[in-house]
Ligand binder design. Structure first.
Ligand SMILES: N[C@@H](CCC(=O)N[C@@H](CS)C(=O)NCC(=O)O)C(=O)O
Length: 204
């Protein structure tokens, strides 16, 4: 399998962490689309994913799998090791909720980032505030459920939350998002140095 990839991409990181849990790292060849510090959607990527977004996974049969929740789910079906989903129903949907909200918060962070690099006269403070509120409310939510997050066994929810936190920190370090969420910070400090997260961490 080939993965259109960028080390800084929080969605790609979900896929890389899933590959570790499912024992598929060696089966995935990465194609880095951010070699010069700037993400460049190549014609090959746009052919694989008409949205021109990463991650996109190319299969041996020529088919592609797009969107990180779907790619992670696909890898999970091919697992030779562990699973990114708990078996029990309530725990499963809690993890999927964490994933959906963390991805949504990351979407807001990414949109703010895109806005911040437009020419200053085109930037909208109103738009930024709207996206920032999504981040604020999401961090509040994750802080409120921090005691329910795993500290030794990790599923797709915890993976997505760590990807979300690190991406917010990379793009908006001056906003120090974890300082707004003390319970989440405590959890993050406990888990972020573990191999699953340190081995997939973005290289700043
Ligand atoms: N929902 C998608 C989001 C993917 C996404 O937005 N990726 C970013 C990079 S981190 C991207 O490719 N952006 C380029 C663009 O929006 O044109 C997923 O979960 O995979």
């Amino acid at each position: 399998m080939k993965l259109y990839y960028a080390n800084l991409s929080p969605y790609t990181r979900k896929v890389m962490a899933t590959a570790i849990i499912t024992g598929l790292t060696d089966k995935i060849e990465t194609i880095d689309l951010m070699t010069d510090g700037k993400f460049t959607p190549t014609p090959e990527l746009k052919k694989a994913n008409p949205l021109g977004k990463i991650p996109a996974l190319l299969l041996a049969n020529g088919e592609t799998v797009v969107d990180s929740p779907v790619i992670c789910e696909y890898l999970n079906t091919k697992s030779v090791k562990g699973s990114i989903y708990p078996k029990e129903e309530q725990a499963y949907f809690f993890q999927r909720k964490l994933e959906a909200l963390a991805d949504g918060c990351t979407d807001a962070t990414l949109l703010r980032r895109y806005e911040s690099v437009r020419p200053p006269e085109l930037q909208s403070a109103e738009w930024d505030a709207k996206q920032k509120e999504k981040m604020t409310l999401s961090f509040q939510y994750f802080d409120s459920v921090a005691s329910k997050l795993g500290t030794s066994e990790f599923f797709i929810g915890e993976i997505s939350v760590v990807a979300m936190i690190d991406y917010a920190d990379i793009r908006f370090p001056q906003e120090n998002w974890l300082s707004t969420a003390p319970n989440l910070k405590k959890w993050y400090d406990q888990v972020s140095k573990l191999p699953l997260f340190s081995e997939t961490a973005p290289k700043k």
